[in-house]
Design a protein around this ligand. Structure first.
Ligand SMILES: Nc1ncnc2c1ncn2[C@@H]1O[C@H](COP(=O)(O)OP(=O)(O)OP(=O)(O)O)[C@@H](O)[C@H]1O
Ligand SMILES: [Mg+2]
Length: 449
């Protein structure tokens, strides 16, 4: 199929000339008289190449180029400049034009430039595609779903910055793996990565655990002891289950984050802390804030960037790859992948996996031990078989629309009731944006404004 080219020039004769010339070369050519209508055309269909004049009334060619680079990065742009001012050309190249050609030009020259621009962009696209396809693994992660691909990209970007990151996600979704990957992607790699589970340490020991203590600070403090902050110096401190951090310590942590220094328990000397904080929570921290058990100011300090771990049931396409990965982990590398019978796979894929990847890992480990290299329906644990995703539809059929509406209405009412009529909260409570919540209320005539 012919490649699509869009010509943008305010001069009619130039547009017509180019359209005929390139049409004869087998390209599909469209043209626009100004940048605004070119943008409108681009919004409707995709083009492989844009050939644009620089000087045009209204939005000029450079402004068009900028917008194209932003919104249609897969489209190549070739600039036509009437005056061969070096400045114009340099400006265009700097802003991402593939090349430029000065008017008047030789026909052969233009044909070659067009061909090269398209070829080079094909290569670029192919490279991007290959790179994305290779992304079956990243850090300790396995998964090629779009959700995971986006997570990998975000971790790369965020890793390079020194910002605090809050990782949220259900149990077993890989929050700890994400924290480690962030560390590995950061300039702090090679320095310590220290993980602490805030729910596993008794409240009275937590402060000394984090900040260390001086000899004699409390009974049992028989010697000076450094804390995790000192151990993580110039590295990353991972605060797992941060929602469980005792309230008093939340204030102390906040102060350390603000002042970048701390004191050991019983110590008076301020110690500098150069530590990146990555925190994780599998519970809704916003709910903790509402209940008053988590400090809002600390939440904002930790949550400079939020990473959301996608639950496994939202990326079932990763399941076969993960199963193979865990199979090799437990059965040995040399073994060929497990044979999963189709009906077993059906059950696995429709199972909601409340324990996410960890649960899948346990399943594969168990099956490798118990059933060798074939996994059939009978070797699946009973809880998986009973939680079939089948629903019962009445014999006489049903009105799904009406049924779902009624169900939705009940949820809206309950949420409003539980949040004492505060709509913003009720929306949050249901995981809806305020806008979407209001829209739904209006749908049922429940909005009283
Ligand atoms: N995408 C993945 N690829 C490979 N292994 C994974 C992936 N996600 C999680 N795992 C593995 O699953 C297990 C659980 O992951 P991890 O401990 O990071 O989860 P978590 O979100 O911290 O869970 P919890 O909230 O229960 O602490 C680990 O053994 C981890 O290596
Ligand atoms: Mg964890």
């Amino acid at each position: 199929m012919g490649r699509k080219i869009l010509i943008v020039d305010d001069e009619t004769s130039m547009r017509e000339f180019l359209a005929i010339l390139l049409g004869r070369e087998g390209y599909q050519v469209e043209s626009a008289a100004d940048a605004e209508s070119a943008l409108a055309r681009l919004a409707e269909r995709s083009f492989d190449l844009i050939i644009s004049d620089v000087k045009m009334p209204g939005l000029d060619g450079i402004a068009l180029l900028e917008r194209v680079k932003l919104s249609w990065p897969d489209t190549a742009v070739l600039m036509l400049t009437a005056f061969t001012t070096a400045e114009d050309a340099v400006e265009a190249m700097k802003r991402g034009a593939y090349d430029y050609i000065a008017k008047p030009f030789k026909v052969e020259e233009l044909k070659i430039l067009v061909r090269n621009a398209l070829e080079k962009f094909d290569l670029k696209k192919e490279n991007v595609r290959l790179r994305q396809e290779l992304r079956h693994r990243f850090g300790g992660f396995v998964g090629k779903s779009r959700a995971m691909g986006e997570l990998y990209t975000l971790i790369e970007k965020v890793g390079a910055s020194g910002s605090s990151v809050l990782i949220v996600g259900e149990s077993g979704t890989g929050k700890e793996l994400a924290a480690r990957a962030l560390h590995e992607q950061s300039p702090r790699r090679g320095k310590p990565f220290v993980a602490v589970n805030c729910s596993a340490i008794p409240e009275n020991l937590m402060e000394s655990e984090l900040f260390g203590h001086k000899k004699g600070a409390f009974t049992g403090a028989i010697a000076d002891q450094s804390g995790l902050f000192e151990q993580a110096e110039r590295g990353t401190l991972f605060l797992d289950e941060v929602g469980e951090l005792p309230f008093l310590l939340q204030a102390k942590l906040l102060r350390v984050l603000q002042e970048k220094e701390f004191r050991r328990v019983g110590g008076s000397e301020a110690i500098k802390a150069d530590v990146r904080i990555v925190a994780a929570s599998n519970r809704d921290l916003q709910a903790h804030i509402r209940e008053g058990s988590f400090r809002e100011d600390l939440f904002y300090r930790l949550n400079v960037i939020m990473l959301r771990m996608p639950p496994l049931r939202e990326r079932v396409e990763d399941i076969p790859l993960l199963m193979e990965h865990f199979f090799h982990k437990y059965a040995g590398k040399g073994m060929s992948g497990p044979v999963v019978t189709p009906d077993a796979l059906k059950v696995i894929i429709s199972y909601p996996f409340p324990g996410n990847v960890r649960e899948l890992e346990n399943l594969v480990e168990r099956c490798t031990v118990l059933s060798g290299s074939t996994l059939d329906r009978a070797s699946l644990p009973p809880e998986m078989l009973s939680s079939s995703s089948q629903v019962d539809i009445p014999q006489e059929g049903m009105d799904l629309e009406a049924y779902l509406d009624a169900l939705e209405k009940r949820y809206l009412l309950s949420a409003l009731e539980q949040c004492h009529g505060v709509k913003k909260r009720a929306a949050e409570f249901l995981g809806l944006t305020f806008r979407s919540f209001r829209y739904r209320l209006a749908k049922f005539g429940m909005d009283d404004e």
